[in-house]
Design a protein around this ligand. Structure first.
Ligand SMILES: *[C@@H]1O[C@H](CO)[C@@H](O)[C@H](O)[C@H]1NC(C)=O
Ligand SMILES: *[C@@H]1O[C@H](CO)[C@@H](O)[C@H](O)[C@H]1NC(C)=O
Length: 266
């Protein structure tokens, strides 16, 4: 009787909890090669996850489909409301690479450590903070938009097909996690995922602005000539939306695999 009681929870915890990373994922030790190892491991993992992973509940990442996102410019004097529906994001994985994780070990890299600490701008696993830089050659965002308000101080309204294409984009990812325990095993869950886009060029096309072909073409030309300012007004909203999506996808893995099984101790 007694042994039965003890053994049963043990079997239960072994089979149900503490899943390992998906097949073919590589793991990295937190040693001096951690940054490089993680860059390679995550780039390979993203390719493996491209078509989704049923076991982990990861949806297809390319093309990525998003039901809807709402963009408020967030800038008080400029009032823009834009919603996108039936969104398809193309090329997000094939054209993207993680570049670095801004991780360094104290003993080995004094200068880097000092700089990153000073700006508190580095991956600190003990604080469950991961900062990563990636580069995307092309991100094509397609969807059905409706928009009203002002952009570049000009009134703008319309609805139709939208195409925002970001070219050669540096992206900074800040994964802010918090630890929790489940049956004595440590896991990490992301409470925030901040994304910031820094594209070299953005091509903007909103079909059917003002419900008028000529005005629409003129406005689109104007938006593209001033893409940097125009995109700046949309950027916060898009970053927030993508951050939320990336957070959810990352947590599908983080909440199933124990922390020390993702990031191996040296
Ligand atoms: C973090 O460092 C990068 C350069 O590595 C810099 O561009 C960025 O502004 C820094 N961010 C903060 C919040 O200090
Ligand atoms: C979206 O815009 C880009 C840049 O202008 C263009 O290359 C691409 O063909 C467009 N995509 C669609 C589906 O129209």
């Amino acid at each position: 009787m007694l042994s039965f009681k003890i053994v049963l929870p043990l079997i239960f915890s072994l089979t149900v909890l503490g899943r390992d990373l998906p097949d073919n994922f590589e793991k990295c030790k937190r040693d001096e090669n951690f940054d490089k190892c993680l860059v390679e491991a995550v780039n390979k993992a993203l390719v493996l996850l491209k078509d989704g992973n049923k076991e982990f509940g990861v949806p297809q990442l390319e093309p990525m489909t998003i039901k809807s996102l709402v963009v408020d410019s967030g800038n008080a004097p400029i009032n823009l409301k834009q919603s996108l529906k039936n969104i398809k994001v193309n090329d997000l994985i094939s054209s993207s690479k993680v570049v670095r994780y801004r991780y360094c070990r104290k003993k080995l890299m004094y200068i880097k450590f000092f700089i990153y600490t000073f700006f508190s701008n580095r991956t600190q696993l003990d604080k469950h903070l991961i900062i990563c830089d990636s580069f995307s050659g092309k991100i094509e965002i397609l969807g059905d938009y409706t928009m009203s308000g002002r952009i570049l101080l000009l009134p703008i309204t319309g609805s139709g097909k939208a195409n925002l294409t970001l070219v050669n984009t540096k992206i900074e990812h800040r994964l802010i996690g918090e630890p929790y325990e489940q049956d004595g095993v440590k896991y990490m869950k992301l409470k925030d995922y901040k994304v910031s886009f820094d594209p070299k060029r953005v091509y903007i096309h909103f079909e059917n602005l003002f419900n008028d072909k000529v005005l629409s073409e003129t406005m689109n030309r104007f938006l593209n000539e001033n893409w940097e300012i125009a995109f700046n007004e949309l950027k916060i909203g898009y970053s927030k939306s993508f951050g939320k999506i990336f957070k959810e996808i990352s947590n599908r893995i983080f909440t199933k695999v124990p922390f020390d099984q993702i990031f191996l101790s040296p």
